[in-house]
Design a protein around this ligand. Structure first.
Ligand SMILES: [Fe+2]
Length: 496
């Protein structure tokens, strides 16, 4: 019997009340909250949020919206975006589009604003999609960067040149703090814009995008290319500064025989390069990077992954490379959720679960982020690796070695929300809500991280679903005084 008065008070509340109570005391008593969150972590009572999202338009913003404004100047670079360029975070790939002519492939960069010590030479290409012809897509790899440094860079020429900045991650290490934002199924609506605004307010340093970017495939013929361009200009406000580590969703496939366009992922791959070769992948659609204290594995839901396929063989080899002493946090991102109790896309992730779930458990993956379902849902630690098609064992069970599965396909695209959850809520589902939002994962040290899901409606001060995530590999390590000090929230976190 628990005699701690605070625990007794909490135990007497309904689960929904517990969350409200927790939210009210988070700012003032972070250590108590940490203890209580760990207590609540053991409660297996799923919550379906009663929050009803007010109706906002889910339409794409019109082409003349200021979010899509073309930068001033002849042939001015647009759609600037960056992603990690190597395995360990010392390189970056910069991509931009010039509309009128190829222009320069050069990137000027350095540690002082407007005073660039270095240049790098990239490449340029373009493509056609039906009768649409893309702008000139430039791609430039900058390597040998110093860790934990701010770099300024400039692309374009003369008066049309544009400058931006990025920050390299700290050197890889077990206790290196880092904050990721997780965004999925973003699109280019007013809700998408709200999501990006909230991401900025969260103070995250890099984006894990779980697929379905522009939703350009909701259009036809030449308008598809046009909507890839508007998406690129819209997302530039973040993508030019924070690296986006992306996977491809179904809206990137664009298999359109009626337009004679039958090469899957064509527009996505022209526009969004990945550092796949650095992790010895044979395809830009699946790869891995290490960043700060995290090893991030990016999987492709729409590429072959069954036994003997290239993705299967690559993942088998990649898991063996993971070193939890250097990168304690093991994160997997994919598009289709393996566990989701939403009626939208129900069970679509079952085939990848059958292929990979046993590895997720064996290698103690901390968390799997997915999108596809336009709602938010978080699972308990469960697995279905005992599934036996002839023996009738077919239900997920609690499994302390399993990852937490989080669906965050709620970036705000034009298809709207997936508001129909299966009823009753299955035991494996911990929390679910049909709203727009994004998540943050703040790695504190090798044992603990703060996780937040932020509902767009509430502004930056409300984290709707939050908990302390204990590292799967290191969680049995005894907490020491310094660790407790290290996980005390910063003043910035207190604002949530
Ligand atoms: Fe999707």
């Amino acid at each position: 019997m628990c005699m701690n008065p605070i625990v007794v008070v909490i135990s007497g509340l309904q689960t929904e009340d517990k969350k409200i109570f927790m939210g009210s005391i988070v700012p003032r008593f972070p250590l108590i909250v940490f203890i209580l969150f760990n207590f609540l972590d053991n409660i297996h009572a799923g919550v379906t949020s009663s929050f009803i999202r007010s109706e906002w338009p889910s339409d794409d913003m019109p082409l003349d919206n200021d979010a899509f404004a073309v930068p001033n100047g002849y042939n001015a670079p647009e759609q600037v975006h960056i992603t990690q360029g190597d395995y360990n975070g010392k390189a970056i790939i910069i991509t931009w589009v010039t509309p009128d002519e190829p222009g320069s492939n050069q990137v000027k960069y350095g540690k002082e604003e407007k005073n660039y010590d270095f240049t790098a030479e990239g490449t340029v290409k373009s493509y056609t999609f039906y009768n649409y012809t893309s702008g000139f897509i430039h791609e430039c790899l900058i390597d040998d960067l110093e860790y934990d440094s701010t770099y300024y860079y400039e692309v374009g020429e003369g008066e049309s040149a544009r400058s931006f900045w990025f920050q390299t991650p700290p050197k890889i290490g077990p206790n290196v703090p880092y904050k990721f934002g997780i965004i999925g199924d973003l699109g280019q609506t007013y809700n998408s814009r709200s999501t990006l605004n909230h991401y900025v307010e969260s103070g995250a340093q890099a984006v894990l995008h779980v697929g379905d970017l522009s939703y350009a495939d909701k259009y036809e013929y030449d308008d598809m290319g046009v909507r890839w361009d508007t998406y690129g200009r819209f997302a530039e406000r973040i993508q030019a500064y924070n690296p986006w580590i992306s996977t491809a969703g179904n809206h990137e496939i664009e298999y359109m025989p009626y337009m004679d366009e039958v090469v899957p992922f064509k527009q996505y791959l022209y526009r969004y390069p990945t550092p796949y070769a650095a992790s010895e992948s044979s395809s830009p659609l699946w790869y891995a990077v290490r960043r700060a204290s995290a090893h991030i594995i990016v999987l492709s839901s729409y590429s072959p992954f069954v036994k003997y396929t290239p993705q299967y063989k690559w993942l088998k080899a990649e898991f063996k490379k993971v070193n939890r002493w250097k990168t304690p946090w093991l994160i997997v991102i994919m598009h289709v959720p393996i566990y989701s109790s939403n009626s939208a896309h129900y069970m679509e992730g079952e085939s990848m679960r059958a292929a990979f779930e046993s590895w997720f458990v064996k290698y103690k993956v901390d968390v799997v982020f997915a999108g596809h379902v336009h709602a938010y849902e978080r699972s308990h630690r469960i697995s279905n690796i005992e599934y036996d098609v002839t023996g009738g064992v077919s239900y997920p069970v609690p499994d302390k070695s399993a990852p937490i599965y989080i669906t965050v396909g709620d970036g705000g695209n034009q298809e709207g929300l997936a508001s129909s959850f299966n009823d009753p809520q299955p035991d494996y589902s911990a929390f679910r809500e049909a709203s727009y939002g994004h998540s943050t994962l703040e790695l504190i040290n090798k044992t603990h991280a703060f996780y937040h899901w932020n509902r767009n409606d509430d502004g930056k001060k409300v984290a709707t679903d939050s908990f302390v995530l204990r590292n799967q590999y290191w969680k049995k390590r005894k907490l020491e005084e310094n660790d407790l000090h290290a996980i005390t929230p910063t003043p910035e976190l207190d604002a949530y």
